[in-house]
Design a protein around this ligand. Structure first.
Ligand code: UDP
Ligand code: MG
Length: 325
């Protein structure tokens, strides 16, 4: 095991959008936590809290700059404009990557239990490269949020996307997992879908999610729905395959329609011209759907090609050797 596993440089990465109401408390709690960890020798003195200001319109950046001046291990980056939670998080993780041994991403509103950090670190020291924070229960959520959120995870699974149930973006990633992540060049970011694709040894830490400490949610229903849709369309080509299957089904059904129309014709029950029209509608409809599915198949291929996702990541190379200069 690498020596740094026991004395890692830890970066806590927090995206912040208009969070001036919670930042004083968040900084206080995280600073205490980091102090305690450093004093206990659990993490290196080089560890940092990295706030990412996602183009906030309130005093968020002013606060971050103030704290960074007053507290040695508070750092901050400011995005040029609001790019959304996932992009802000990625910006923070990529800033931390060359500087840290591991990074934990969490929300700025203290919904993610800060004390779980110790358990994340334990798992990291045991050799995990990715540790997922999983919510114990959802009793703090409204019935609506709970059912829609759980329904979303089920639909994702059904569509063949590997997501961790009840895991949001509270997670630890080692440096090499971050390097793996950096190879994913896609623009429509859905980190929860990408991280399981990276691989490496992973584990779970269970925690209770609290209420937002102060301020309002920055994820209204509209943003949540478009995020969910992004998750599905960025990871699954199954909806395209559904079109082909539907085409095959309708073409097959059209044969029965044809039989029915012919029987009606021979029994003299059909109006003249009806048989030909009904048969052609069914058959052509089915064939069109099938063709659309075939085109969809190619579109699906283009879609995965343009993402240029890494085809593999190497975890261990036993005898890498050294080239003589
Ligand atoms: N956030 C962000 N950019 C945005 C929206 C949200 O960086 O455009 C941050 C926000 O400051 C918080 C985290 O993402 O730290 C999660 O947002 P929020 O707590 O509002 O979402 P909820 O917990 O209600 O789903
Ligand atoms: Mg929140």
């Amino acid at each position: 095991m690498e020596a740094t596993r026991n004395d890692p440089v830890l970066y806590l990465v927090l995206p912040c959008y208009n969070e001036e109401e919670v930042l004083p408390e968040t900084t206080k709690r995280l600073t205490e936590k980091l102090y305690a960890l450093i004093n206990a020798g659990a993490v290196s003195r080089e560890s940092r809290i990295l706030f990412v200001d996602d183009g906030s319109k309130d005093g968020t950046w002013r606060l971050i700059s103030e704290y960074s001046g007053a507290i040695p291990f508070v750092d901050g980056v400011k995005l040029a404009h609001n790019r959304g939670h996932q992009n802000a998080l990625l910006a923070g993780l990529m800033t931390a990557m060359p500087l840290c041994d591991c990074a934990i991403s969490m929300d700025a509103d203290l919904q993610d239990d800060v004390d779980a950090v110790n358990r994340f670190l334990e798992k990291y020291k045991e050799g995990c490269d990715v540790v997922y924070g999983v919510r114990n229960k959802r009793e703090n959520d409204t019935f609506f949020k709970r059912t829609t959120a759980e329904g979303f995870y089920r639909v994702m699974r059904l569509l063949g996307v590997e997501v961790v149930f009840n895991h949001a973006d509270y997670r630890l990633m080692s440096r090499r997992a971050l390097e793996g992540l950096s190879e994913y060049g896609e623009v429509n970011l859905f980190l929860r879908g990408i991280v399981p694709l990276i691989g490496f040894r992973s584990d779970y830490v269970y925690y209770d999610r609290a209420e937002r400490f102060a301020g309002e949610s920055k994820y209204p229903l509209k943003k949540m729905l478009s995020f969910a849709l992004d998750g599905i369309t960025s990871f699954s080509v199954k909806p395209l395959k559904l079109i082909s299957n539907l085409g095959i089904l309708i073409s097959a059904l059209s044969v029965f329609g044809l039989l029915y129309a012919l029987i009606s014709y021979f029994c003299g029950a059909a109006v003249a011209g009806w048989t030909a029209i009904v048969c052609s509608i069914w058959l052509l409809g089915g064939l069109q759907m099938l063709c659309l599915g075939v085109v969809g198949g190619y579109v699906g291929k283009i879609y995965s090609e343009v993402k240029r996702r890494p085809r593999y990541l190497i975890e261990t190379h036993l005898k890498p050797g050294k080239r003589e200069e």
